[in-house]
Each structure stands twice: as C-alpha cells, then as structure tokens.
Design a binder for this molecule. Structure first.
Ligand SMILES: [Zn+2]
Length: 311
C-alpha cells in the first residue's frame, strides 16, 4: 500500500475475518504481517519485532489447535488411503491456474501493472521449483496466469466484506489459485486446502498489493508474500507451528523454532531440539530477501495435500 492503513480499517478487517472463521490475532496497528494462526497477542507486536511503521508478518491463517491439527492429519491419511495413494512416491508435475483479482479503489490505489503480475507468477515458479538454494526442494508445481482482472470497489480494496467479494469473484475449481490483491493491515492471509470442501467460495489467498515485485513495502516487495501464502494454500503450516515440539509443523526436516523470525538472524537457535531455526524457509516470517527454500519434507507434504484435497 502506498500509505499506512487506518487503524479502524485494520480492526474492521480483523472482525470480518473472525466472522469468516478465520481467527487471526491482530498485530499492533503499526505492524504488517503475513503470519499464521499460532501467535499469542503478547508475541505479536513484541518490542523489537519491527521498527515503527514497518511491516512484519503475523496471523494469516485460521488458528489450528493441536487436536484440530491431529484431525486434519488423520483425515488426510484416510483420504489418501481411500484413493490408493499412500502419500509418497512419484508425483506427476502439476500446473496450477492462477487468477489474480486486483481490488482497487476509485482513486486508483492498489493498481498493479501486468508486468508486476507476470513477475509475481515468475517468482512463484522460481520458488516452487527450488531454484533459490541448493538445499531447496522442487515441488513439482508450476503456475500459469489464467486470468487478471481489476475490480473497482472502495470497500473491497480495503478487504471489507471479504467473504462476499471472494465468493463473487473467485474463478476456477479446487485446483485454481485465486489471489486477491488488497490493502489491509496484513501482508497476506490464506485458506487451507482441507477447508475447501466447506468453503469453496472463499478459497485462495489475499495478498497486500504492494508486496508484489516492484512494490514499495520495505523488506517485503520481492513477491515472496504470495509464495508464503500459497504455501498455506498447499497445506503447509509455519515452521514455528507448535513451537519447540517434535510434532511442530508436521514436517520432519524443518527444525523446530520457538516463534516467528523477523529479519534474517543468522545462526538463530531458539529450541533445544536439533537444528538451527529455519530462517530461510518460505514458511517462516523472515524478510523476502532471506527466504530461499521449501524443504523436501515440505514438498512431500504439499504433494500429499494436493492428492488429498485439490487433485
Ligand atoms: Zn503464514
């Protein structure tokens, strides 16, 4: 966004999210985030998270309790077993159709160029192909722009009536990634694949429009917010889900970390469990230029989730 959002706008957005069964914990008004549902209010906005006026990432999916998390794992196993897919083995490459909805206001705020959209698709393709690190996994997912439309609506631009505008504008089936570009107090918000069956009309990701490549949000303008949010859409949790536990994010090769990362603190190690904090992982909250990988374990999880919920 070109200007800081009004606090009232941010609060209204949070209220709407609660109604939509998303339960983000709102960051301090001056903060911005793309995070997931595992923050406590005391964690969000803690001193030192970000300089005043800067954006960070915070609660960006509905909250998942430990019991809900276990239920999702069991349901996923059952679905894969029913389809004769154990969740491992060869995975045929998938091209995901992407529909981009640019929600602008009547003054033109929120406008992105077709070049920015093209560049965003390129970032998705690079990050999901594992091109940014020798340790990154190749997900087998690629992305193809299927539609780019602009919607002029002052309220929708500010992510108000989000369930309504998503239902009215969403395109494609369960395999289609819809990206709504809006101006809100977050960097992004995502839905999970296991929620598609109940809420197909709102499936997709909402992304701060100025986080696209060429945008103006310091530290968050390389297009990696869409990569992070799409990770949730594919079924990934944050790398710090569950904190310092062995269950953690249900992925064995992402070391546990006690909480989200801000910036790019080399050598961070916040749990006594093995491994340094995965600060370069797209599912942490690090700066865009710190991100460089999904792990092979995350790739396996995304592929299993795809087979269970989006194939
Ligand atoms: Zn997130």
């Amino acid at each position: 966004m070109t200007r800081r959002p009004l606090r009232a706008v941010a609060l209204a957005g949070a209220a709407l999210l609660v109604l939509a069964t998303t339960a983000p914990v709102h960051a301090a008004p001056a903060l911005q985030s793309r995070g997931g549902g595992c923050f406590s209010p005391a964690t969000v906005g803690a001193a030192g998270r970000a300089a005043p006026g800067a954006r960070t990432r915070d609660a960006d999916t509905r909250s998942m309790s430990a019991s809900e998390q276990r239920a999702v794992e069991q349901r996923t196993r059952d679905l894969l077993a029913a389809r004769g897919k154990p969740g491992t083995g060869p995975f045929a490459a998938v091209t995901v159709p992407v529909y981009v909805h640019d929600m602008v206001d009547t003054a033109g705020n929120g406008t992105v160029t077709s070049q920015q959209v093209s560049d965003q698709i390129a970032v998705l393709n690079a990050t999901y192909a594992g091109t940014e690190s020798s340790q990154a996994g190749n997900s087998g997912f690629s992305f193809s722009l299927a539609g780019f439309n602009t919607v002029v609506n002052d309220a929708w631009h500010q992510d108000k009536q989000s369930a309504t505008y998503r239902k009215q504008t969403r395109q494609g089936g369960k395999n289609a990634l819809n990206i709504w570009l809006v101006d809100f107090s977050y960097l992004g918000i995502a839905t999970f694949p296991w929620d598609y069956r109940k809420s197909p009309g709102t499936d997709g990701i909402r992304v701060q429009w100025d986080s696209l490549p060429g945008g103006h949000i310091t530290h968050y303008n390389l297009g990696k917010t869409a990569t992070h949010e799409a990770g949730h859409w594919f079924g990934l949790y944050h790398t710090f889900q569950g904190g310092c536990t062995t269950t953690n994010d249900e992925v064995s090769d992402t070391p546990a970390q006690s909480g989200p990362t801000t910036g790019c603190p080399s050598g961070a190690d916040t749990c006594t469990l093995p491994g340094l904090d995965p600060i370069h992982n797209y599912m942490d909250y690090s700066y865009d230029d710190c991100y460089n990988q999904f792990t092979p374990g995350q790739v396996n999880r995304m592929q299993s989730m795809w087979s269970a919920y989006r194939a």
